[in-house]
Design a protein around this ligand. Structure first.
Ligand code: F6R
Length: 274
């Protein structure tokens, strides 16, 4: 797990945008897993601006969102589907047929979730999964005690998550208690994962995810088992990390690895007895 600490939220979004831009440019038909919530909003704004500047082309990109509230239709103002349209989809040239979403009003939950998994497989699997993290360590809506091999399914949200989500709902509006979500096992199958975390409320969850034991009590800790996870967090979200100094040390030195090897090779090649 590569942990990059940025000074603030803007720094997190700038890094995340650049990371993603390189991947979309390298593979125009990128299969991109997306999250909702406040954390990726700045990244989505940067993606829209990148598209407007002509830097990014989404015409071949395929998306799969992580989750959707049960009981809300796609057109409900608080559905994740609407959220994604407002913040990203309607501002870039993604093809509607390339946008995949779980349906909050499925006729048959199990069949619908299986079909979602099949659609991910048919697209060739997720290349890049963007994640946020809940205060309780959830990823997608895999709440604590979720199986670390779980697949797409329905999940009852914790009271804490319901309260955290209340800010997106109007006064007196009921916050859904259920969601359909990709499972932890589904997420772990993505080829690469970019997790973003900002603000002091995430500090405990970030530390548990990166440095705690792998446990269903912190579903994000399962990411320790994935070989290609990049975590980009701001100072506040990094505050409880025990190995902070080491992560900063890696950050300061890692990009020079190539340079150091090149220099050493040049030195070796100029040795007379080489
Ligand atoms: C949403 C999702 C959730 C959020 C998490 C953090 O699609 O998958 O796991 O990423 O609840 O939410 P924010 O970013 O609002 O703090």
């Amino acid at each position: 797990m590569l942990i990059l600490i940025q000074p603030d939220e803007a720094g997190v979004a700038t890094y995340a945008y650049e990371w993603l831009r390189q991947r979309i440019q390298r593979k125009p038909r990128l299969v991109l897993g997306l999250a909702t919530g406040s954390t990726p909003l700045r990244l989505y704004r940067a993606m829209v601006e990148g598209y407007q500047r002509g830097e990014l082309d989404f015409s071949e990109v395929i998306t799969f969102n992580l989750d959707e509230y049960v009981g809300l239709s796609r057109h409900h103002p608080r559905s994740f589907y609407r959220f994604m349209h407002e913040h990203l989809f309607s501002h870039v040239n993604l093809r509607p047929e390339n946008i995949h979403f779980l349906d909050g009003l499925p006729d048959d939950v199990e069949a619908h979730c299986e079909a979602y998994e099949a659609a991910i497989r048919a697209a060739g699997g997720i290349d890049v999964q963007i994640l946020g993290i809940g205060r309780d360590g959830h990823i997608g809506f895999n709440e604590p005690t979720s199986s670390l091999c779980s697949r797409t399914r329905d999940k009852v949200l914790t009271r804490e998550t319901i309260e955290d989500n209340r800010r997106f709902f109007g006064p007196g509006e009921e916050v859904p208690r259920w969601a359909l979500t990709m499972g932890v096992g589904t997420i772990l199958e993505a080829r690469e994962i970019l997790l973003l975390a900002c603000g002091p409320a995430k500090a405990r969850a970030v530390a548990a995810m990166a440095e705690g034991p792998v446990t269903a009590l912190c579903p994000a800790s399962a990411l320790q088992l994935h070989p290609r996870v990049t975590v980009v967090c701001d100072e506040a979200a990094a505050a409880a990390l025990q190995y902070q100094e080491y992560y900063r040390w890696i950050q300061a030195n890692d990009y020079r690895l190539h340079e150091v090897v090149q220099k050493a090779k040049q030195a070796r090649d100029t040795q007379p007895d080489h």
